[in-house]
Design a protein around this ligand. Structure first.
Ligand code: FAD
Length: 282
């Protein structure tokens, strides 16, 4: 019997559990899905309170199942017939979708795979040796052992900005990770707000601030002063399958993949296509 512990039940951990269920081919597997939050399946990005935040990828490119590219669209259509592949839907809906995907697959279990959900924060792990199995230790001192451990703990929170006066970090009006706090309560539109960075998170925070009473200015500061580029409204016309699979899969480093992507964008744009079509195909 395989005992697999997955630490982190965000997108990656949840999908790992789903794929273990779908590909067990009759093997007996015990999967323990661990998360420190009770909102399993959602992670930082797709929390249930993220209704006013939107996916940054069109719905048609967000299927969680590679073999079924329309899977997410079909899910959305049950709730809103107007959703099409080019729609941008709320991140909370995507979290609902991931939760549903996990529970649907759990329901279809044939008894060979057992999923156990555990709430708790893992603080250390051991890879084991010839005599002791791999194990994880929780904040409350409990331990779990398994044959394999999957780390799906997501991104680390952002670092503090590097400034001379570190007492600044203690200021209650400063937040180094907007996703770790209730942004709706800390930010106040009755005083000016300074956002360091002008990428997707800055846009999310602006959206949240614009819903608040008050009309003080919001400043965005970044090294290059660039805002995220918008998506194209129309669907791709350029056939990109030829590019992504044979070319990118054969390249071992990110740098080589970046170069190949740039080259392909150049070729595609000289044929009248848009660079976004190449990016969307990856
Ligand atoms: C605000 C935001 C919006 C995004 N929007 C999009 C989007 O629209 N489209 C897109 O494709 N991608 C988006 N992303 C990227 C997104 O993060 C990834 O697509 C994906 O969700 C990452 O999945 P993950 O499983 O690696 O991490 P996460 O989903 O963050 O999951 C990590 C999980 O591990 C748990 N965990 C961490 N440490 C421990 C521990 N020690 N013990 C127990 N549990 C632990 C956390 O509680 C969390 O649930 C967004 C990211 C953010 C932050």
């Amino acid at each position: 019997m395989q005992n697999i512990i997955i630490i982190g039940a965000g997108f990656s951990g949840t999908l790992t559990a789903v794929q273990l269920i779908r590909n067990s081919s009759g093997q007996s597997i015990n999967v323990t899905l661990v998360d420190r939050n009770c909102d399993m399946g959602r992670g930082v990005a797709y929390k249930s309170d993220s209704k006013n935040y939107f996916l940054n990828v069109p719905a048609g490119n967000m299927s969680a199942l590679e073999e079924d590219p329309n899977h997410f669209i079909e899910y959305c259509k049950k709730y809103n017939k107007k959703i099409v592949p080019s729609s941008f839907v709320s991140r909370a809906i995507y979290g609902d979708y991931l939760e549903q995907l996990l529970s649907d697959n759990e329901r279809s279990l044939d008894g060979q795979v057992v999923i156990t959900r555990v709430f708790g924060e893992v603080i250390s792990l051991s890879a084991g040796n010839g005599t002791t199995p791999p194990s994880v230790t929780f904040k409350d001192g409990k331990k779990l052992t398994g044959n394999s451990i999957v780390l799906a703990t997501g991104n680390y929170p952002p670092q503090n900005i590097q400034i001379f006066d570190r007492t600044f970090y203690l200021n209650e009006k400063y937040a180094n990770d907007p996703w770790q706090l209730k942004t709706t309560t800390i930010f106040d539109r009755t005083v000016p707000t300074l956002l360091i960075g002008s990428g997707l998170t800055a846009i999310d925070i602006c959206t949240s601030l614009l819903h608040k009473p008050g009309n003080e200015k919001i400043y965005l500061v970044s090294r290059h002063g660039l805002l995220p580029q918008s998506h194209r409204v129309s669907l791709p016309t350029y056939k990109t399958d030829q590019f992504t699979k044979p070319i990118l899969d054969g390249l071992k480093t990110l740098r080589a993949q970046l170069r190949a992507t740039r080259r392909q964008i150049h070729i595609a744009s000289s044929g009248g296509a848009d660079w976004r079509e190449i990016i969307n195909s990856i």
